[in-house]
Design a protein around this ligand. Structure first.
Ligand SMILES: Nc1ncnc2c1ncn2[C@@H]1O[C@H](COP(=O)(O)OP(=O)(O)OP(=O)(O)O)[C@@H](O)[C@H]1O
Length: 325
């Protein structure tokens, strides 16, 4: 596992990472999320001993990175896929890494095969596409057969087949009992891959919980109801002390009561329902709700009126209005 304790990084006045304490556990994929500039890369660099913390510590299997003998056998990482000697072939790049970490030569062919680069193993890395570079970086991470893997934006530049491949790779690494820690801005992808989430904003820890708890706690869940006996249904709900909000097109929305309870209530009054559907926000909506206040860099649309909110805050405002309705 990886343990962070009070991890802090200051660049002059700027506190890039602010007193982060959390543990990344084995056997699951942990997603690492945060808006641009939140401090994800800085945190990952400190986890790998590439940057020194201003305060606090990171332990990998109970040790500091610098104490690990042949670190690639403990922790494999993809941080910046372009950070390699472009003049070397893919094979030679991996061979150099293997030789400097006491890893057998035969492992190079194995990882090239795993990432699908065997056919271009002798080609120079500088001629590689972004996606091929990502695959080579992933091969480097897998080289030492480590128990801990860290990937910073691993699907960057990959085509849909490549994205599918990396998703399955991460899940299978976790199912083998390894610790998998991955950052990504692609929320739909993260929702499909991660079991657990660590979310930071402006360097601070905002959430450390399972994917389902995160979505539940940071979004509005409600039940959508439609009935040809709408007025009667409204009366029944009112009598039961349940508040329903009219959402247009004859649809009602109810907070705080389960679909099961609503269905049974309707049935006990012999009311016909055309729709009874629990609604849950997506990871993206939950993420934007939680991080709206810690987004540093807002995009402003030229077409939006002066009173239009920044894109990242739009959902939050709308949600508040709906919640209050
Ligand atoms: N070497 C540095 N010197 C000064 N400031 C830095 C340095 N490295 C990072 N920062 C600042 O620290 C903050 C965190 O940056 P970091 O790259 O860790 O964020 P991030 O979450 O990885 O962002 P992104 O999602 O955009 O990649 C940013 O405000 C950044 O400008």
């Amino acid at each position: 596992m990886i343990e962070l304790e009070g991890l802090t990084k200051r660049y002059g006045e700027k506190v890039a990472v602010n007193n982060l304490t959390f543990t990344v556990h084995p056997g699951i994929v942990t997603g690492f999320l945060g808006p641009n500039g939140a401090g994800k890369s800085t945190t990952m660099r400190m986890m790998l001993g590439l940057d020194n913390p201003s305060a606090g510590a990171v332990r990998v299997d109970g040790m500091h990175y610098s104490q690990l003998k042949d670190p690639l056998k403990y922790i494999g990482a993809l941080l910046d896929a372009k950070a390699m000697h472009g003049g070397r072939s893919a094979f030679n790049h991996l061979l150099c890494l293997a030789q400097s970490n006491g890893i057998p030569r035969g492992r190079v062919d194995e990882v090239l095969d795993t990432v699908g680069l065997t056919a271009v193993a002798k080609k120079k890395a500088k001629g590689f596409s972004l996606g091929m570079g990502q695959r080579l970086g992933i091969a480097g991470a897998l080289l030492g057969d480590p128990e801990i893997l860290m990937f910073d934006e691993p699907v960057n530049g990959l085509d849909p087949e490549g994205i599918h491949w990396i998703r399955n790779l991460m899940k299978s690494l976790a199912s083998q009992g390894r610790t998998v820690f991955v950052s990504s801005h692609l929320m739909s992808e993260m929702a499909l891959t991660a079991d657990h989430l660590v979310v930071i904003g402006q360097g601070r820890l905002l959430a450390d919980m399972t994917m389902s708890d995160f979505i539940r706690q940071n979004s509005r869940s409600y039940v959508k109801l439609r009935s040809p006996q709408r007025e009667r249904l409204l009366d029944v709900l009112h009598e039961a002390g349940i508040t329903a909000v009219e959402a247009g097109s004859g649809t009602l929305e109810v907070d705080g009561t389960s679909a099961e309870q609503l269905g049974e209530l309707a049935a006990s009054h012999q009311l016909v329902l055309h729709e009874l559907s629990p609604q849950q926000a997506s990871l993206e909506e939950a993420f934007m709700q939680l991080t709206a206040e810690s987004v540093e860099y807002h995009a402003h649309s030229d077409h939006a009126g002066p009173s239009a909110p920044p894109a990242a805050e739009g959902w939050g405002d709308g949600w508040q209005q709906r919640k209050e309705a």
